[in-house]
Write a protein that binds this ligand. Structure first.
Ligand SMILES: [Zn+2]
Length: 293
């Protein structure tokens, strides 16, 4: 099953395979498979379904939620938060990697349940509040729009947001979409504080006919991807989390940790650089495919 899921990801999300699936929800049931919530490190917890990360960062003054899965993930995310002993009503801030239906589809409902404020990049905020999807998205035409939210605060690159003692920093990592955003924060256990990174998707997936190398709608796609790789290679990174857990071999690392492997396999300071390397190799393949057409 794990192997199947990994293969699927190779096809759909992380790979050089060019086109987005024509029916995007052929994957939804697998992505939305139930997952018991669990502790990652310090004040950071996994609360998403098995195939779509949703991360809860907690403080005594309220919590932060990163990504909201599919619309049908919301009930799981809320139940998972409660199973951990927290309350969705105490989520004060919701942020997002990118505004595709599988990572932002549940945000409108999660915002309604929590009353949290939402911050997003300018491009993502426009999609979230006005249109639900955008023509300069490489997957425009093959993905459904997301449910709209009324108010989104626009962030700038490098801006830090605080909830209690949580300090969460936004990093623009475009390419997969023009508004893609990755997030960094520190979590501590006793005196050991680690750098956590929630990396946005970096796969060059598109609708039929879209070319990353030559797009009137998204002319900066290639340079955007390069900016995102540079961020991943430079940012302090002890624990890497990705929009789809399999993109960072997360379940293998969690499984090893659960079997008692030491040092903690979730902690890997090379993981962000390796993700950038894999993503760049996939883009190079995609560029070669586009050039051959
Ligand atoms: Zn996406």
């Amino acid at each position: 099953m794990a192997k199947l899921a990994f293969l699927f990801l190779l096809l759909c999300e992380a790979a050089s395979v060019a086109q987005a699936p024509s029916n995007p929800c052929q994957s939804c049931a697998e992505w939305n498979a139930p997952q018991a919530p669990f502790h990652i490190y310090g004040n950071t917890f996994y609360v998403g379904p098995h195939g779509l990360s949703s991360i809860l960062i907690t403080s005594s003054a309220g919590h932060v939620l990163i990504d909201g899965g599919l619309p049908e993930s919301v009930s799981q995310i809320v139940a998972n938060i409660r199973k951990l002993g927290f309350r969705v009503e105490d989520v004060k801030l919701i942020v997002n990697s990118h505004v595709h239906f599988d990572h932002a589809g549940g945000i409108a409902e999660l915002q309604r349940l929590s009353g949290a404020r939402i911050v997003a990049s300018k491009w993502s905020a426009d999609v979230m509040t006005k249109t639900g999807l955008s023509r300069d998205d490489p997957q425009y035409g093959v993905i459904p729009p997301i449910a709209l939210v009324a108010h989104v605060q626009t962030l700038s690159d490098g801006e830090t947001f605080r909830v209690g003692d949580i300090a969460l920093t936004a990093h623009l990592t475009p390419g997969h979409t023009p508004g893609g955003t990755s997030w960094t924060w520190k979590s501590c256990e006793a005196s050991r504080c680690l750098n956590l990174v929630f990396a946005d998707s970096l796969s060059p997936v598109s609708a039929d006919g879209f070319k990353f190398t030559k797009s009137r709608e998204y002319p900066t796609a290639i340079q955007d991807f390069k900016k995102s790789y540079a961020f991943l290679r430079a940012t302090p990174c002890d624990i890497l989390l990705t929009t789809h857990p399999d993109a960072s071999n997360f379940w293998e690392r969690v499984g090893s940790r659960d079997r008692g492997v030491k040092p903690d396999p979730i902690v890997d300071s090379a993981a962000c650089r390796q993700l950038a390397d894999r993503a760049e190799a996939n883009l190079q393949k995609r560029i070669a495919e586009e050039s051959a057409k």
